[in-house]
Design a protein around this ligand. Structure first.
Ligand code: KIV
Length: 316
């Protein structure tokens, strides 16, 4: 068994399977081998389980959770504590994907020291395997690498710069701006970045950066020539309650699916057709018929039924 393989053990979804953990160096190998990298955001245990079981290589606990999970109008308000909380939930679910925690606005903008201290919290307290930072912050990237923390960088449309950019706008639209972006990408690679997310830039600019760098680029709204692609989970399944951006492909309509299931449930409750008798626990026949039965025996019969539902948990 290689050091990066592990048996998923008691996990029923992966039981008996041998998984090769995705690591930051493995992403660079994928680029060298020309294998596309799949990446997706996740913010909680249930979606992270599904995303991991679907074989996605990189899972980003994105600060986009401020918008798609917490309902803010941009990503700026989300806090370290909130990001740590969601990263822990994702970490508990993931067996294979590389778990990357997005450093929230304000957690690395004041000083390099504060940035390193906050990044250490993601690794130590939440189990992240890398952090992501926005912008061409070469000094911070060098310090993080020095602290043994793999870093994913993020260039182009960086949502934490929404006020400076004057909105969520495509970046690197002129030859000069595209040249500056390439120089930033090269500098981040030299500083030790493990990968770079390229967001909201022309395909041609992303292709040039991807061709120039040894480290992988992961695109979102940056065309098909990047080494990998990332989307926001809620956009992919239509749970973001906003018109889809040009680069979003909706692979499912979870909003319609969930709404229909929930309406059905509400109707069943209103018509008293949920729960049915078969979905109810019952007193033992002896008790119902007034025959003698000890409390321990009655308890055992009812709980035997419940144990099948709740397993070991109900014993405690
Ligand atoms: O927070 C996020 O979801 C991101 C992706 C869009 C890359 O940064």
């Amino acid at each position: 068994m290689s050091l990066s393989n592990f048996s998923a053990g008691a996990d029923p979804a992966h039981s008996g399977s041998q998984l090769t953990k995705v690591t930051m160096p493995a992403l660079a190998d994928m680029k060298r081998q020309g294998k596309p990298i799949s990446a997706l955001t996740a913010y909680d245990y249930a979606t992270a389980r599904v995303v991991d079981e679907a074989g996605i290589d990189l899972m980003l606990v994105g600060d986009s959770l401020a918008m798609v999970v917490l309902g803010h109008e941009n990503t700026l308000a989300v806090t370290m504590d909130e990001m740590l909380h969601h990263t822990r939930a994702v970490r508990r679910a993931v067996r294979r994907a590389l778990v990357v925690a997005d450093m929230p606005f304000g957690s690395y903008h004041g000083s390099t020291e504060a940035g390193v201290a906050n990044a250490i919290r993601f690794i130590k307290e939440a189990g992240a395997e890398a952090v992501k930072v926005e912008g061409p912050r070469t000094e911070l990237v060098r310090a993080l690498v020095e602290a043994e923390i793999p870093v994913v960088c993020h260039l182009g449309l960086t949502p934490q710069s929404v006020h400076r950019m004057g909105g969520f706008r495509v970046q690197a639209r002129t030859a000069d701006a595209a040249r500056r972006l390439r120089a930033d990408a090269r500098a981040l690679e030299r500083a030790g970045a493990g990968a770079i997310v390229l967001e909201g830039i022309p395909r041609e600019a992303a292709a040039a950066i991807t061709a120039e760098l040894q480290i992988p680029t992961i695109g979102i709204g940056a065309g098909p020539d990047c080494d990998g692609q990332i989307l926001v989970f809620h956009d992919l399944v239509n749970l973001s309650f906003a018109p889809a951006a040009k680069f979003v492909r909706r692979y499912a309509d979870a909003a319609t699916l969930f709404r229909s299931a929930i309406e059905h449930y509400r109707e069943d409750v209103e018509h008293r057709t949920f729960p049915s008798d078969r979905e109810s626990y019952h007193l033992p026949a002896e008790v119902r018929e007034g025959r003698p039965m000890s409390a321990e025996d009655a308890d055992a019969v009812v709980n035997n039924d419940a144990l099948q539902d709740f397993g070991e948990f109900s014993r405690s």
